[in-house]
Design a protein around this ligand. Sequence first.
Ligand code: SF4
Ligand code: SF4
Length: 370
Amino acid sequence: MDSAALTAKAKEIATDYGACAVGVTTVETLAGGPPSTDLEYVLPGARSAVTFALPLDQEKIEDFIGKRDRKAHQQDYSRTNTMATGIAAQIAAYIAHFGHDSVGVLSNEVYRNDEEYQPRHMRPDISHRLLAVRGGVGWFGFSGNVLTPDFGAMVSLATAVTTAELEPTEPLPAAENFCKCEEMECVSACPAAFLHEGKKDMASVTMGGVEFTYAKRRNYNRCGFVCAGYSGLHPSGKWSTWAPGRFPIPKKDENLRDVVVDAVQAWSRQPKLEGGVLHQPLVYAATGKDVNLTCGSCMLVCAPTSEERQRRLKTLQTSGVVVQNPDGSIDVTSPEEAKQRLAEMEPERRALYEPEAGSYDDIDVYGRSG
Ligand code: SF4
Ligand code: SF4
C-alpha cells in the first residue's frame, strides 16, 4: 500500500472507532520540538505518528460538574482512555501488517523510566498534546489542554507511532482557535491556582517551524494536590471538587510541599470514596490507596462556545461542597452546612479533612472563608 493510501486507512480506523479528530505528524513536522516529540523514544526508526481525540460523554460530564453523579464520569473517563489506548494499538497493528514496525502509545499513566527520568518525574514517553496540535487534531488552549473543534478540551488523546512514511497533516488555522485567552474559565475553575492568570505568562513551543503558545504552568504539584483529590475546597470556600479534603492552597510554590505532605497523609486515612478509582500506579505505590477522579475542571468547562463555557463554570461554582460520611459516601451540601458538619466532627475524624486552625499561619495562602 502506498503512503497516501496507508495514511488514509490509519485515519479512517481512528474515525470509524469513534475519534472526533485525527492528525498525522512526521519526524520532519516535529523537528525542533522538545524531547517528548521524539518518536524514536518509543520506536527506533520511527518516521511518523497518528494522534487522535476520542470524545468523553457530555451528559456524564454535566452530572459530574453539577455534583449529581461522580461515578458515571469516572467510569466514562477510564473507559474512554482505555478505548483510545486500544484504538492506538489497532492502528499500529494494521500498519504493521503492511510491513512497518509500529506501536500504540497508551493514552495516559505511562512515564519515562531511563537514566534521566524516573516515573515519579511524570515525563511522558511522547506528548500526545504536542503531536495533536502539530498534526491538526486541535488547538492549544490557554490552559495548555488540546481543544478540538467539536468537543473542546473534553477528549482523550492517544497515538500510534510507526516506521511507515505517513503523510503529515497541517495544524488547524490559528485564527479559528475558539480560545481567545480572554475569559479564562479554566483559571476560574482551578482551585489550585495552577494556571497563570495573565496572558503575559505564556510558554511557546516550535515544531517543524510552527510556533504554538499556551499559558505557562506553575508547579505541577499544584494540579496534583487538587486533581489527585488531596484537597478539594476552592479558596473562596463556596464550592469544591468531589474531594472532601480542605487544606489551603499556598500562594508560593515553595510552600506547597509543607501543605501537600500533610494533606496526602490525611487523605490516605480517609475512607475510600464511593464510585470507583483511577488505577494510577505512582500514587498507589506511595500510599497504598487508589486515586479517584475528583477534578479535571479546567478541561470540563472548556466547550467550543463562550456561552457554554460560562454556563459550565457557573454550574461548577454553584454545585456546592462535598462532605464525606464515615462509610465513604459523599453528601453534597451548602458551604455553610459543610462548615457546620466539619465543626461537629470528633477532632480525630475532622483531621482527615482539614488542618487544625493556625497550622499554616506562617504561610501565605489563597483566601478562604470556609
Ligand atoms: S477555558 Fe477558556 S481560556 Fe481556558 S482554554 Fe478553554 S477557551 Fe481558553
Ligand atoms: S485538573 Fe483541576 S487542579 Fe488540575 S489544573 Fe485542572 S482544574 Fe486545576
